[in-house]
Design a protein around this ligand. Structure first.
Ligand code: SF4
Length: 323
């Protein structure tokens, strides 16, 4: 594919389960269990799933903060898992992260300006002090912070302004890929749309590619070109944002979508309430991992795991009923 930026194949991350050493290493937590995803240059891929489904572990592997148990990650057609030293450092300039909780991710003893310009110092930006200050003022203005605000400390800002600081810090190195991990879920509902619209505008201005991680299908629908739905370490549905949100196929996607309030007062939506919690990735159910909670399961679901299969329109689903 000509415009492929990120290409993930068969990625796995298995951790030893607590007590596994005592029980001779048999216990394994399958946090990510064979994920393949491609992200095109300039697109937003939304990655959706409940807390604990493995989406943050997947992000940490892309950032090279976790070493995969198996699989490949290629960035711009290069194998990033082979990189060390200066090649790895150069890669880290190109991939930046926006965090969920802007307050805990900002150093309370640094001013906003110091926080935003810090990546330039870490990566030894060749410009002198004046050039760094110029870059700082430019990026602050782009995200809607003024010069006076750059002298203040994180506790002096609202949640939305703190997220603007986090976004400016992520963008000052002009990355190619931005991984946004629940970037608005800690914010007031009234502020969320402002930050989402800011992220969309910055994507156009800076030619960014986003991997947008969230548990909220309503948020990701607004942001994404394509959506991947993850359950217990695996992708269960993948396709364009409109087909996924307009005509979801997988029962899990349908349940997530039914929890999103409709903007159309005339549209009646029936809420599908899933029974129970997501099972532990240390003891995934036999067959389809979703079957204990699935409202439409059939006999085979308890015995055989469905494969992630593609229909003619490029929509991927892992469900025995989708054939
Ligand atoms: Fe439900 Fe069976 Fe489809 Fe799994 S394979 S989602 S249990 S119908």
């Amino acid at each position: 594919m000509k415009d492929l930026l990120l290409d993930i194949r068969g990625l796995k991350k298995h951790f030893p389960a607590p007590g596994a050493f005592l029980s001779r290493g048999v216990g394994v937590i399958r946090a990510v269990d064979g994920v393949s995803l491609q992200v095109q240059r300039g697109e937003t891929l939304g990655l959706v799933g409940e807390s604990g489904c493995g989406k943050s572990t997947l992000a940490r592997m892309i950032l090279r903060l976790e070493t995969p148990t198996a699989g490949q990650i290629r960035f711009d057609n290069e194998d990033i898992l082979a990189w060390k030293g200066s090649a790895l450092k150069a890669f880290r300039r190109k991939v930046q992260m926006i965090f969920q909780d802007p307050y805990s991710s900002l150093n309370p003893r640094q001013t906003a300006g110091g926080i935003i310009e810090e990546p330039l110092h870490i990566h030894h930006h060749p410009g002198g002090r004046e050039e760094i200050k110029k870059k700082l003022r430019e990026i602050a203005s782009v995200v809607g912070l003024n010069e006076e605000q750059l002298t203040r400390y994180p506790h002096e800002f609202s949640g939305g302004q703190r997220q603007r600081i986090g976004i400016a810090r992520a963008l000052i190195l002009k990355p190619r890929l931005v991984i946004a991990d629940e970037p608005v879920s800690a914010l007031d509902v009234s502020i969320r749309a402002q930050i989402l619209n800011l992220l969309k505008r910055l994507q156009r201005e800076f030619d960014l590619t986003y991997l947008f991680i969230t548990h909220d299908l309503g948020v990701v629908r607004h942001m994404s070109d394509r959506i991947a739905v993850m359950y217990l370490g695996k992708i269960v549905e993948l396709g364009g944002a409109e087909p996924i949100c307009g005509a979801p196929v997988h029962p899990y996607t349908k349940a997530l979508l039914s929890a999103v309030p409709s903007m159309d007062p005339l549209r009646k939506s029936e809420r599908t309430v899933l029974s129970g919690e997501m099972p532990s990735p240390a003891a995934p159910p036999q067959g389809c991992a979703f079957h204990p909670r699935c409202p439409v399961r059939i006999g085979i679901c308890e015995q055989r795991a469905p494969l992630l299969e593609r229909d003619g329109a490029g929509h991927w689903v892992a469900c025995h009923l989708s054939r």
